[in-house]
Design a protein around this ligand. Structure first.
Ligand code: NDP
Ligand code: 8X3
Length: 249
């Protein structure tokens, strides 16, 4: 029987590429996001390869998260693989000029949203004593860069939560992994800079990671033998050495 994966943030970037990669391999998909048209389009295109169910919710709304996941039809309920991917940076400001709405968004989406979705999915995994949770962290969860303050804090939290999950879910045989990318060319910077022109330069002058590169690594992680767990993976483009060192032409 094919596995079932729930992917948050499936409407764009890493989440969408992961949905496409999983579909190629016949994994049944529960695809989540807020942009309904994109969810509909994805369902239409990926249904040629696998079974797809879409859920529209904002990960910040904990009642909606729990309701949406509880509403899954029986043939999509037993989630084997959870990809906690929804998230973004909002703003790039020194702490003294930080915007409170940006801070709320990053902590509410990247940290609390990940927890709400996990809360809805984990009981099925513990009951079945199996499952794989992959949290999309970031190189920003491993180091702090100038003006990264709250985004970096949110991704450090993702890493701490991942480690906590791995300990607490260890008795149930559930795998928990963090995949931590550096610079990936997605809509991430458009969101961070609210569509401003600063986004244009983030991925120019070098070859950034592409969403498909991360999707392939996620697929590799979920296809390891039962006794192998990629606990923590840090992935940079070759041109990047750390958050502030990028070789540009
Ligand atoms: P994108 O902006 O391309 O995608 C973000 C996804 O998250 C979208 O599908 C969006 O869907 C979803 N999302 C955002 N806010 C919410 C919300 N409140 N509720 C539900 N879904 C939400 O960015 P990426 O693909 O790059 O980002 C994916 C993950 O990868 C994030 O966690 C990011 O922090 C992480 N990451 C990104 C890196 C990069 O350089 N791009 C590097 C390291 C980590 P919708 O708007 O439809 O709800
Ligand atoms: C995304 C990578 O360096 O823009 O998490 O924070 S970075």
């Amino acid at each position: 029987m094919s596995k079932i994966a729930l992917i948050t943030g499936a409407t764009s970037g890493i989440g969408r590429a992961t949905a496409q990669e999983f579909a190629k391999h016949g994994i049944k998909l529960v695809l989540c996001g807020r942009r309904q048209q994109r969810l509909d389009d994805l369902k239409e295109s990926l249904s040629k390869k696998t079974e797809v169910h879409i859920l529209n919710f904002d990960v910040r709304d904990r009642e909606k998260v729990l309701e949406a996941i509880a509403s899954l039809p029986d043939d999509f309920k037993k989630i084997d693989i959870l990809i906690n991917n929804a998230g973004n940076a909002h703003g790039l400001d020194p702490i003294e000029r930080g915007n409170l709405d940006d801070w709320d968004a990053m902590l509410d989406i990247n940290v609390k949203g990940l927890l709400y979705v996990s809360k809805a999915v984990i009981p099925g995994m513990t009951e079945r004593q199996s499952g794989h949770i992959i949290n999309i962290g970031s190189s920003a969860g491993k180091e702090v860069y100038p003006k990264g303050n709250v985004y970096c804090a949110s991704k450090h939290a993702v890493l701490a939560i991942t480690e906590g999950m791995r300990i607490d879910l260890n008795p149930y045989g559930i795998k928990v992994s963090a995949i931590n990318p550096g610079l990936v060319e997605t809509e991430f910077s458009k969101v961070r800079f609210k569509g401003g022109k600063e986004a244009d330069s983030v991925y120019s002058g070098y070859k950034a990671l592409q969403a498909e590169d991360i999707a392939e690594i996620i697929y590799f992680a979920i296809t390891r033998p039962a006794h192998v767990n990629l606990a923590d993976v840090l992935v940079f483009p070759t041109a990047q050495a750390n958050s502030v060192t990028v070789k540009k032409t």
